[in-house]
Design a protein. Structure first.
Length: 272
């Protein structure tokens, strides 16, 4: 049995654990949160064996330890647990530990310096759609045993697109796929509001806009063409689509997205 620990049962941490819970691996989950009721609520949703556990016991007993607390809280958490990490290091030959961190802007080196010990560490950047099995997870796993990387992939690959990148690229991933869903939701809302203004019901407009985004992304992922090729296939000369595309291009739609992603990227760097 593989013991998976989670410290921080907020939305993202819970989504990752739910993804792992949908695998056929023999797992046990140890869940820790300053709000015990949040950890208990997550535990009740899991199919595999799980229990609410103090932070200290979660560190002691886990094979993979997911850290899902906010970056600004990470230093206090890990420094407070440093004696337990030291104890855990002594037990490494019998029960090795791998740490998985999802703190935006916080390097592996910083995480380990706060813990006061060195462990194989995977740094990940998931996004919220992993909660419904359609997310993306970029990760860096430098100096991590291959069998551990394989286990990590098996835990999440059924529910997410996994992309391995160098750690130095994870800040860009944070801006693109980590923050990106919020930008897409704005687009869906705008499309739905416009559809409602044209006479559709609010419910139908939201569903149609959402399915349109999902389908368009599916075409790209299925290799039906590049975004430019697929756009051109819909926006034929003299048709209805091209008129809307002209408005978006004249208003700098792509430039606005570039500006938004760059702002998110800069904020990620400030969190270090």
């Amino acid at each position: 049995m593989i013991t998976i620990g989670l410290i921080g049962t907020g939305h993202m941490g819970s989504a990752v654990i739910k993804a792992a819970d949908r695998t056929d691996l023999e797992l046990k989950f140890l869940l820790s949160d300053a709000r015990s009721e949040a950890a208990e609520a997550l535990s009740r949703t899991l199919a595999h064996e799980s229990c609410v556990s103090p932070n200290e016991e979660t560190v002691r007993a886990s094979d993979l330890l997911f850290l899902a607390v906010k970056p600004q809280n990470m230093k206090d958490l890990l420094e407070g647990l440093s004696p337990v990490f030291k104890e855990r290091k002594k037990d490494e030959k019998k029960r090795p530990l791998t740490v998985v961190t999802m703190a935006a802007g916080m390097t592996v080196g910083t995480i380990l310096s706060y813990a006061g010990q060195t462990f194989p560490t995977i740094r990940i950047m998931p996004n919220t759609p992993i909660d419904v099995g359609r997310g993306a997870v970029a990760f860096s796993a430098e100096n991590v045993p291959e069998e551990t990387v394989s286990l990590f992939r098996e835990l999440l690959s059924g529910d997410a697109l996994l992309v391995e990148v160098g750690e130095e690229k994870l800040d860009a991933v944070c801006a693109l796929s980590g923050c990106g869903p919020a930008f897409v939701y704005l687009m869906i809302r705008g499309m739905a509001d416009a559809g409602e203004g044209l006479g559709l019901s609010k419910e139908d407009a939201v569903k149609l806009a959402s399915k349109t985004v999902e389908g368009a992304a599916g075409m790209v992922l299925a290799g039906k063409g590049t975004p430019t090729e697929l756009k051109n296939a819909v926006a034929t000369p003299g048709g209805a689509t091209i008129e809307g595309v002209k408005i978006l291009e004249s208003k700098g739609f792509e430039a606005l997205l570039d500006e938004a992603l760059t702002a998110s990227y800069r904020r990620t760097l400030e969190l270090k």
